[in-house]
Design a protein around this ligand. Structure first.
Ligand SMILES: [Zn+2]
Length: 166
């Protein structure tokens, strides 16, 4: 079930930003600012509503489902982050950016990356359950479970970040 992990822009420390990187960062900042403006106009959420939203997202992903990555962000800092281990690259879709823990740039798009290793080994019971499911290819017109879980993780992170600001 292991994904074939991709790498991009290695060695990370010597990476030079491309035009596409500048454009992606610009777009990410615009989306971020738009969301902030919408939030500023929205009524504040009660504690109860935060809790309901958290429950909707379900339990968080367990360690054995995660892969560690080394990421170079737009600002030039190299950080470590985790993604679902089924995903061959760390920067798809909504997971395209991080908040830089070094300089605080938020959002900072991922410009280069390399795989490190799993966060934890799967438990025996999970290991035997997994293969039958991952050998089935998801229909092309529907998003895979990996994508959905990844979006769920990203939403959870956004929710926590918003909560901190509220
Ligand atoms: Zn930074």
């Amino acid at each position: 079930m292991e994904a074939e992990y991709l790498r991009h822009g290695v060695p990370l420390t010597g990476y030079q930003l491309s035009q596409a990187d500048h454009r992606r960062q610009h777009e990410a900042v615009q989306v971020h600012e738009w969301v902030q403006r919408q939030l500023a106009q929205a009524p504040r959420w009660s504690d109860e509503r935060w809790e309901k939203m958290r429950q909707l997202l379900g339990p968080s992903t367990s360690a054995w489902e995660l892969q560690r990555w080394r990421l170079r962000l737009y600002c030039g800092h190299v950080i470590e982050a985790t993604r679902l281990r089924e995903r061959p690259r760390p920067d798809g879709g909504i997971c395209d950016k991080e908040r830089c823990p070094e300089c605080g740039l938020d959002p900072a798009v991922i410009v280069a990356f390399e795989p490190l290793g799993p966060v934890a080994d799967p438990s025996p019971e999970k290991r035997s359950r997994k293969p039958s499911r991952s050998t089935r290819k998801p229909p092309a017109d529907r998003r895979s479970r990996a994508e959905l879980v990844a979006e769920n993780e990203a939403l959870r992170a956004e929710l926590d970040a918003l909560r901190d600001q509220a």
